[in-house]
Design a protein around this ligand. Sequence first.
Ligand code: AMP
Length: 119
Amino acid sequence: MTYDNDNIFAKILRDEIPCDKVYEDDYALAFNDISPQAPTHILVIPKGLYATQDDFNTQASPDEVAGLWRAVSKVADEAGVTAGGYRTITNTGPDGGQEVPHYHVHILGGKRIGRMIPG
Ligand code: AMP
């Protein structure tokens, strides 16, 4: 997928719009979701410009991949959801329900999340 430099997470990375940041390192930025679906709902995004999970998995360097996933665990731990458990979700493409075309991992926790796919 072609990367759209005007997507909202690209603007957050460029500090053009604010976010409720909870973590940042060389590889990842994490911030609270603007429309939380659970008591803890954090988005972790790579600093590299990848539109989808597949773009990230196939094009990112090993350091970028490791950096993103180590950040996910660090953010979950700092949010206090590691012991109780949490869910990571990545929506990919139209059928996956992806709205923002910059790869991101949702961390959802702080309550029993329920069925994997509601309904
Ligand atoms: P997805 O459907 O997986 O692309 O999820 C996009 C997520 O981004 C949704 O959960 C939105 O609530 C969230 N979102 C959109 N704009 C912002 C923003 N400016 N700050 C934080 N989260 C946002």
